[in-house]
Design a protein around this ligand. Structure first.
Ligand code: AMP
Ligand code: MN
Ligand code: MN
Ligand code: MN
Length: 293
């Protein structure tokens, strides 16, 4: 385990949120680490949706390439009728209660994929379940897989349109799911020795008042950190807003690109604005948690 007790800025290139073929990323864990090395990322966490399946291969390749690697996950959570994403960092992947929760989330994903596929059938996308399952290659099936099929069959022009017209919240092929609660997610992450970080806090389309409620609920449920620096195209005022909210709610600060695929050329691995020196970076707490009583 590297020494994480550095002052701020020890990692100029940290990226603590990205995906591999274990969920909806395009690159295998090995290829992802190779891309990270090329992008000169110094500290990387792999955070696939509801699965730890990519972590062993990622860790192996991180060692080979000299990248500090942190185990991670992105959990699907239901809160106030919306889906939130909670990233777990520095988790023990084999933790039994965590794996039990993942099995539940994975079963929900499989069921949902079948329902989404039948809805998309009506919209002209044939054989969608089998095709999505094949595309996922044993990894978690996500809405991204269906969005890619809609693009492939020229039913929409790009991924954005696929969500806007069919798969986004409230659209015809959207299926509402009760994922796990905020408390369950944070407890599972803590139980596995990790830190819980609220992912991309401005992507949930909440009003300012609801965002405050979400942050309060997250903190109250034991949440540790906020993703403050979120990708190459983040606006300066959003970075400033999240910096203030992390300070206000006494949350650690994380940074993550949410990288999925090299073809998203505007969203490179590790291409993130640095964290303000007023914040405490989440990596200062890696490897430093009290052992369970
Ligand atoms: P799921 O967890 O299966 O509901 O899928 C959520 C994933 O869909 C996210 O992690 C993103 O990768 C992707 N996604 C959601 N909204 C959009 C969008 N508007 N454009 C592109 N990808 C999106
Ligand atoms: Mn995704
Ligand atoms: Mn997410
Ligand atoms: Mn993500």
């Amino acid at each position: 385990m590297p020494d994480f007790s550095h002052p701020h800025g020890a990692y100029c290139r940290a990226d603590l949120h990205c995906h591999s073929t274990a969920s909806d990323g395009r690159l295998s864990p090995r290829a992802l680490l190779e891309q990270a090395a090329e992008a000169k990322v110094e500290l990387l966490a792999l955070t696939d949706h509801d699965t730890t399946a990519g972590l062993a291969e990622a860790a192996l390749n991180a060692r080979r390439l000299g990248i500090d690697f942190i185990t991670g996950i992105e959990l699907s959570v239901s809160w106030a009728g919306k889906t939130l994403h909670v990233v777990g960092l520095d988790i023990e992947p084999d933790n039994a209660p965590l794996q039990k929760i993942l099995a539940r989330l994975q079963a929900l994903r499989l069921q949902r994929a079948q329902t989404i596929a039948s809805k998309l059938h009506g919209l002209g996308l044939k054989n969608a379940f089998e095709r999505a399952r094949q595309a996922a290659g044993g990894g978690q099936i996500t809405r991204t897989h269906f969005a890619r099929l809609l693009v492939e069959d020229a039913l929409v022009s790009d991924l954005k349109q696929a969500f806007k017209r069919h798969l986004g919240a409230g659209k015809p092929a959207c299926v509402r799911i009760d994922w796990i609660s905020l408390e369950e997610a944070i407890q599972a992450i803590h139980g596995a020795g990790g830190l819980a970080v609220l992912a991309h806090p401005l992507s949930y389309k909440f009003s300012g008042a609801w965002r405050q409620r979400m942050l309060q609920a997250f903190k109250q449920a034991g949440g540790d950190g906020l993703e403050v620096s979120c990708g190459a195209n983040q606006q300066a005022h959003d970075l400033a807003l999240l910096t203030e909210q992390a300070l206000q709610h006494d949350l650690l600060a994380s940074m993550g690109s949410d990288f999925h695929a090299p073809e998203q050329i505007w969203l490179g691995l590790g291409r993130l604005a640095p964290l303000s020196h007023r914040l405490t970076p989440v990596w200062q707490r890696f490897g430093a948690k009290a052992s369970p009583a």
